[in-house]
Design a protein around this ligand. Sequence first.
Ligand code: 6PG
Length: 223
Amino acid sequence: MHQWFVYDDFDQASRSAADFIADKIEAAIRLRGVCHVALPGGNTPAKCLAYLAKKNLIWEKVHWYLGDERCYPKEHADRNDVMLELNLWSRMSKTNIHTITAERGAEAAAEDYRKVIVTVEHFDLIFLGMGEDGHTASLFPGNDALLDERSVIPVYNAPKLPAERVSLSLATISKARCRVVLASGIEKSAVIAQITLGEALPINCLGDCHWFVDADAASSSEL
Ligand code: 6PG
């Protein structure tokens, strides 16, 4: 079962998601001495990541990954790793940051990243965003990539530019110990209502998630 946490506004949802993620990171380090976290792209997570960056955690024991990356050249303004560097990773040791070589093209980058994550049996936490169509990472409804069972997959013909991307697969995200979704805004309320009714959208095919949403995003649901 999904767990829903609804907040009056986006700032409170972001702050609470950051608190939750920090608690999970601390617990993983306490239990296993290390924590593997995959992060989302898009616009929604920036505020949450900035709150997370202010936490007092044993950062050198946290390894950072991407849930997906857009096939743009390195340092392109719309790459997910550029947003993550700006909001969180600039404070972290570069040795613990594992980016995706998306500039090499989807197939080659997916092969590279499969080798990077091969030692990660289970991600401790995968932090996800969600599109208005119920996509997450770069897993879009009806896209062939949903059928690819490799751990990291190339994505083509994505409806959200760029068309070519690299993504953790449904299988990999489903294996994570914990999934956190942050969603905000009235434009996501319709898809959240579909999700609460069990619609088989990609984000609803990953297993249980901890959802942090604001009142606007929850406004079409009985949450
Ligand atoms: C991407 C993201 C994608 C994103 C959603 C939501 O590369 O675009 O990984 O999955 O999380 O599209 O994006 P917003 O947060 O900007 O609404």
